[in-house]
Design a binder for this molecule. Structure first.
Ligand SMILES: CC(C)(COP(=O)(O)OP(=O)(O)OC[C@H]1O[C@@H](n2cnc3c(N)ncnc32)[C@H](O)[C@@H]1OP(=O)(O)O)[C@@H](O)C(=O)NCCC(=O)NCCS
Length: 231
């Protein structure tokens, strides 16, 4: 056995042209397109991946489908996910059982749980937690450290053995959520804005700015855009 074959275990996998593969990597049962850059200590299992992939050191991907032009940065972990073209996953993110569209950004240390659906062109900034039963539509922008909540009577799963008491959250197209906001199971309307640090316990209607603890109506959301763009 050569030193190279000790450091690179590639079994039952197809990797396209122009690959750069680092040291101490393990790739099993994967299909990967052309122009891939796979750094050191990476583990890939049962993944289907398009062209122009970049995966950083210590990335762990299993049962996951990626499109073309994806970047998965150092120490991120994805299990059983489906990720659209050009979406980037930054350092130490932990995603499982979720579906993300194209042109997205998932910041460092973000956790996205099972059955979450995230649309296209969505940013979830670092340190946020997106729990099961959350749906995020296209063009949503979320700040840092946002907490979503599905269990209003915790720990209901531990006590009942079911998720029957969990409730969904829907963040509709074009909404903006400020950093540190906490979203209880609610609907955030289209193009609505939630202020930083707010605790949202009621649905926010479309095109409105809500803020505070608990969050309350402040003003129409489009006045903010007017402030910035001086329309
Ligand atoms: C809500 C926000 C967009 C400001 O909107 P605005 O229309 O310019 O608001 P103003 O500063 O004119 O304040 C309007 C009212 O809302 C209140 N308010 C503003 N932001 C608030 C917040 N985050 N929480 C609670 N109340 C807030 C103000 O105190 C003011 O109340 P008053 O009328 O009783 O004095 C802004 O404060 C905010 O939270 N932005 C998000 C920032 C963020 O998370 N960025 C992420 C990346 S760094």
């Amino acid at each position: 056995m050569t030193l190279e074959s000790v450091m690179q275990i590639i079994e039952n996998s197809e990797i396209g042209k122009n690959k750069q593969i680092g040291n101490f990597i393990q790739i099993y049962d994967c299909k990967i397109g052309d122009n891939s850059e796979i750094k050191d200590f990476v583990k890939l299992r049962a993944c289907k991946i398009g062209n122009n992939l970049m995966v950083g050191d210590f990335v762990d991907l299993s049962n996951t489908t990626l499109g073309n032009d994806n970047e998965v940065w150092k120490s991120a972990s994805l299990n059983n996910c489906k990720i659209g073209d050009r979406t980037k996953i930054f350092k130490f993110a932990n995603l499982y059982g979720c579906k993300l569209g194209y042109d997205g950004k998932i910041g460092s240390y973000v956790e996205v749980q099972s059955d979450v659906k995230i649309g296209n062109n969505v940013t979830v900034s670092s340190h946020s937690f997106i729990c099961s039963l959350v749906t995020i539509e296209d063009d949503v922008w979320m700040g840092h450290g946002i907490m979503t909540v599905n269990d209003l009577l915790p720990p209901s799963r531990k006590r009942t053995g079911t998720t029957d008491y969990w409730l969904p959250t829907l963040i509709k197209k074009g909404a903006v959520i400020g950093s540190g906001a906490k979203l209880l199971p609610v609907i955030i309307g289209e193009n609505a804005v939630v202020g930083a640090g707010s605790v949202v316990i009621k649905d926010v209607p479309p095109n409105e700015l809500w803020a505070g603890v608990p969050a309350k109506y402040i003003r129409p959301a489009d006045e903010l855009a007017r402030k910035i763009y001086k329309q």
